[in-house]
Design a protein around this ligand. Sequence first.
Ligand SMILES: Nc1ncnc2c1ncn2[C@@H]1O[C@H](COP(=O)(O)OP(=O)(O)O)[C@@H](O)[C@H]1O
Ligand SMILES: [Mg+2]
Length: 254
Amino acid sequence: MIEVTNLHKSFNGEEILKGITTTFDRGKTNLIIGTSGSGKTVFLKCLLGLFTPEQGEICYDGNKYSELDEEEQRNLREKMGMVFQGSALFDSMTVEENIMFPLMMFTKQKKEEMLERVHEAITRVNLENANNKLPSEISGGMQKRVAIARAIVTRPKYLFCDEPNSGLDPRTAIVIDNLIKEITEEYDITTVINTHDMNSVMEIGEKIIFLKNGHLEWEGDKSQIFKTDNKAVTDFVYSSNLFKKVRDAQLKGL
Ligand SMILES: Nc1ncnc2c1ncn2[C@@H]1O[C@H](COP(=O)(O)OP(=O)(O)O)[C@@H](O)[C@H]1O
Ligand SMILES: [Mg+2]
């Protein structure tokens, strides 16, 4: 579980996160939604310890980040996995080498141990026949699977995903969303996902927080999001023509 209290983050005097308080539960897919520029990526980078907030606290399963010494912070960061926007794979490394990379960086395991972990992760994301391929030789959906395998190969307690299905066709996007949800449940990970995709909200929105200009504007789950009167949220939800049509059809009793 991650508890965030009154988080503030500014750049060059401009406040981007304006006092966010929320919690993210373990074993659940927690979604951060909001329009582009609302502060989702900055928030995720604060959760990862990549940005230091000026004010506020982030507490990871009872450990307040500000109270950890450098070594404890490093240990905590090793318990985090990250799926970057656009996959961010190393072009010149094979699938297997990409997935092994965090183990080489952060552990002192023997080669055989590492390979065993890598193959476990590869199997989990159903990439069995792609070990020796380069990222350029596989589809966008498969590249995401590699990014997910790389994020879970260290067996993280926390998984952060920034727009994990951007650039994918809708069907593949749903498969990737559900893969993240299954892994979250199986390994009991505290997962936080940034998205602006309503399909993801419908599919895996167990807990949703809505950011607007760096404020937490609304929070709830995927059933509540269609019932709220909050204008910013309804604007976001119905900015997709499809949802608007469904709502209009319902209002007309179709
Ligand atoms: N490293 C940075 N330095 C200065 N401003 C930044 C930095 N990162 C993000 N911002 C600003 O913070 C705001 C929120 O950005 P971001 O979190 O990327 O939005 P989102 O992910 O919701 O689209 C934007 O106005 C952006 O320009
Ligand atoms: Mg972003």
